[in-house]
Write a protein that binds this ligand. Structure first.
Ligand code: GLY
Length: 509
């Protein structure tokens, strides 16, 4: 069953049962605690918390989500995608546990002819919070599940919160048994690869004031009403219903892998290391497409940095697969053609989306070129001195100045028959992190006195900014600052700011 059909069935099922269909919110929904929308319930948070009156008692949506905390896991497991779609049904003080279980069960196990997903009821397992006897009893009565297939799991798995203060509650997860070829028997408590979670039903009933981890949080009190928030992973259901091994092989994602294989001349499925790269490419290209479509541009901080990282990891993975050409120009249109079926805006906005992505690829290509030259010089020097490995300092310079990720340096070194002092590299990285932390702490302690700049502005007028005209100017120094205050001069080795009467320098964002 195509992904678009699964989402259509989900929405139709809940619409038939009195839910209003709400379109996906932007990935950049304004929530100060979240970089990106990371669950279907995020746009409904004010309703759960009682801050706004819900417009409906029941709603359903398929929400675009991005989670990048596990970015290193992408491609290595069957389940980690940075962009995914969460199908959800929501009750705002209307139905509660019984309704949620009934609706989910009838869709999951309903026959394909009747609009369901047609999963074999014998293959379904669920988990509940140990104290939640009510949910256990309901699964038994409403769905007819034998108690052996209703397992208990602690707060870590069966209490849902946003990871930040907000609504939360006990939850119950639905798993599909993929069969003995995928792992040992014994239900989700024994193996989460064989027993794949597809849907989480949250019995949203509490407000949390502090969230330290999944299982460590402070409950502020009950919510104004008992609510339902559910999240079904569209990609997970798709790969099960399409008989695929993982989410990278579904109809919305796999065409990018196929194109990447054509471009690189390597085969998907032939080498485990290459397969991870293919999956990283497919996942990241899609996530980048969706993020740029929602207005993110590459940068060095926050959302922009996540996007930059996704784009560069995709490009780098293509190079590691042996393809040096402009990868995004080949792959982004393939992803667009799959995603436009559900998100027409990726086609109508493709001019802008592609301009942003290709500019980043061109900039990264220059970085790679400069870094590769530096790498070649470093490798020559290592060889000429009879050593067998690049020093930690050389690897660090490549990373710090040229944006070379360490795995690229490792790969290039190994191709050149050399090693890398990884430990030395990691030591220098740790030192840099310490410096950055100390710097951030020092900055936090200071209150920037913008009055200094105001004084310079009043005395001299604004800086004449020539970035679009020239790369070089003769300029006059109008003021010198150190630690946020004007000083007569800076000595050698001191760090400070220089205000010029005119400049070609470009301040990013
Ligand atoms: N809010 C339910 C989930 O993300 O699983």
């Amino acid at each position: 069953m195509e992904t678009a059909e699964i989402r259509r069935r989900f929405v139709a099922h809940f619409e038939r049962h009195g839910h209003t269909v709400v379109p996906s919110a932007s990935l950049l929904l304004d929530d100060p605690n979240l970089l990106f929308v990371n669950a279907g319930m995020v746009p409904f948070k004010p309703y759960f918390l009682g801050q706004e009156t819900p417009k409906w008692d029941r709603a359903t949506s398929v929400q675009k989500c991005v989670r990048t905390l596990d970015i290193e896991e992408v491609g290595k497991t069957t389940r980690h995608g940075t962009f995914f779609q969460m199908c959800g049904n929501f009750s705002f003080g209307d139905y509660f546990k019984e309704g949620a279980i009934r609706f989910a069960w009838s869709l999951v196990t309903g026959s394909v002819d009747d609009g369901g997903f047609g999963f074999d009821p014998e293959k379904i397992w669920v988990t509940v919070l140990p104290s939640d006897d009510e949910a256990k009893q309901l699964w038994h009565e409403v769905a007819g599940l034998p108690f052996e297939r209703i397992q208990e799991r602690g707060l870590e798995d069966n209490y849902w919160n946003m990871g930040v203060p907000g609504p939360g509650g006990p939850c119950s997860e639905i798993y599909v048994d993929r069969g003995p070829a995928y792992g040992p028997d014994g239900g989700p408590n024994a193996d989460e690869d064989r027993f794949l979670e597809i849907w989480n039903l949250v019995f949203m009933q509490e407000s949390l004031s502090q969230v330290r981890s999944k299982a460590d949080f402070d409950v502020e009190g009950p919510l104004p009403a008992k609510n339902i928030d559910t999240g079904m992973g569209l990609e997970r259901v798709a790969y099960l219903l399409q008989g695929k091994e993982n989410l990278y092989e579904i109809d919305e994602v796999f065409p990018v892998i196929e194109r990447a294989a054509e471009l690189s001349g390597r085969k998907y499925g032939a080498d485990p290391a290459d397969d991870v790269r293919f999956r990283v490419v497919a996942d990241h290209v899609r996530s980048a497409l969706m993020l740029i479509s929602d207005g993110v541009t590459p940068g060095n901080e926050a959302r922009g940095y996540v996007l930059r990282r996704l784009l560069r990891r995709a490009i780098r993975s293509m190079r590691l697969l042996g393809y040096d050409g402009p990868a995004l120009r080949e792959l982004l249109p393939v992803s667009r053609d799959r995603m436009k079926l559900s998100y027409p805006e990726v086609e109508t906005g493709f001019d802008r989306i592609s301009r942003v992505a290709y500019a980043e690829e061109d900039a990264f290509a220059k970085t790679l070129l400069a870094g590769t030259q530096l790498f070649d010089r470093a490798a020559d020097e290592v060889r000429s001195t009879g050593r067998a490995q690049l020093s930690g300092a050389q690897a660090f310079t490549l990373h710090d100045t040229y944006g070379f990720p360490i795995d690229l340096t490792l790969e290039m070194a190994s191709e050149a028959g050399l090693g890398v002092d990884e430990q030395g590299f990691r030591g220098l990285m740790a030192e840099q992190r310490e410096r950055a932390k100390a710097d951030a702490k020092a900055k936090k302690g200071q209150h920037a006195d913008t009055g200094v700049y105001r004084g310079i502005l009043d005395a001299h007028g604004p800086t004449d900014w020539l970035a679009y005209e020239t790369l070089q100017t003769e300029s006059r120094v109008l003021a010198v600052l150190s630690g946020g205050a004007g000083v007569p001069a800076l000595g050698a080795g001191e760090v400070g700011e220089v205000v010029l009467d005119r400049t070609p320098f470009y301040a990013e964002s």
